[in-house]
Design a protein around this ligand. Structure first.
Ligand code: XIL
Length: 314
């Protein structure tokens, strides 16, 4: 029988979803869809620094381990997410009164701890996430402010040393079309590669709305692939103003389809990951009030038009 997973595999594409550790632990229906429809998983939150090390030196691996174990049992590739980010940092780190050198050592140790633990089980890592502002300047963060812009190259070098087999990505949003941020990301990746910094891929989050045509996604993926890196759609969802109706659901289906077509058209687009597969567990309604119904399946795991259009595209 044809699932997204079997169809994608036949096209040489990995299709993944973000995974909620809570739903995975509690819902058989969620587990079944995840295993049948996807051959990739990204822990939605379970590998974020504040989750794995809520108190300094005290690690809580349960949720991350459960997702990795599930993936192994089901032949799925794990995208580790996200080693260096301005968000989801533990309070002990941000408020700890550390010196710049101590912060640098903490970041290096964090990368080493995560990648060593999951070496051989997490094949791909988002090493640096959301480094840019919309105007293309680097985003102020504890990392930029305290370590300087070299933190990005350092993070990739530390990551390569920690697990030489893992694919290392930089990941961002609003770089899917031509704009200053996309240009800055392009220039950074080009320069890092020229300097021999180990970066293997660029992830495009692709959190969009039913108003997005995504008409430039294919060209953007191709442009970045021209740098000699892999590219991936890493966090796709297509939100709509609530309540959903048939017209919005139909439009949503065309946007999802365009994302799949864009990735399929670019040889180096190796994977497409949705940021959750059911509206029952989407991050959108809480994060963006008034918006939702962003995922492929409905609240009761029923296929929406978007699911059918993705299946057709594959
Ligand atoms: C989001 C999760 O989906 C939420 O559950 C959490 O509360 C906040 O983070 N870009 C990213 C993801 O790289 O890590 C974010 O995930 C969504 C935006």
């Amino acid at each position: 029988d044809s699932t997204l997973r079997t169809l994608a595999a036949a096209r040489g594409l990995r299709i993944g979803s973000a995974v909620s550790a809570g739903a995975l632990a509690q819902e058989q229906g969620y587990r079944d869809k995840l295993r049948y429809e996807f051959n990739g998983v990204t822990p939605e939150n379970a590998m974020k620094w504040s989750q794995v090390e809520p108190a300094q030196g005290q690690y809580t691996w349960g949720d991350a381990d459960a997702i990795v174990d599930f993936a192994q049992q089901n032949g799925q590739t794990v995208r580790g997410h996200a080693l260096v980010w301005h968000n989801s940092l533990p309070d002990w780190l941000t408020g700890g009164g550390f010196t710049d050198e101590q912060l640098r050592a903490s970041l290096k140790q964090h990368i080493e701890t995560m990648m060593t633990r999951y070496a051989g089980r997490v094949g791909v890592w988002d090493v640096v996430n959301e480094a840019f502002n919309e105007d293309g300047t680097l985003r102020p963060s504890i990392w930029l402010n305290r370590l300087g812009s070299g933190y990005i190259a350092d993070a990739f070098r530390w990551a390569r040393a920690a697990d030489p087999a893992a694919k290392l990505y930089i990941n961002d949003f609003n770089a899917e079309w031509a704009n200053p941020k996309s240009d800055a990301l392009y220039a950074l990746v080009r320069d890092l590669r020229a300097q021999g910094v180990p970066i293997d891929g660029v992830g495009f989050q692709t959190h969009v709305t039913t108003g997005s045509a995504l008409s430039q996604l294919g060209a953007t993926l191709a442009r970045f692939a021209g740098l000699g890196v892999d590219v991936a759609v890493t966090e796709l969802d297509v939100r709509m103003p609530l309540p959903a109706d048939d017209a919005k659901l139909t439009t949503q289906a065309t946007v999802y389809r365009r994302a799949v077509d864009a990735c399929l058209a670019v040889a180096r687009c190796v994977s497409l990951t949705v940021w959750g597969f059911t509206d029952a567990h989407s991050w959108v309604p809480a994060a963006i009030p008034g918006w939702g119904a962003a995922d492929l399946l409905g609240e009761n795991l029923q296929p929406k038009p978007a699911y059918l259009s993705v299946r057709d595209a594959l």
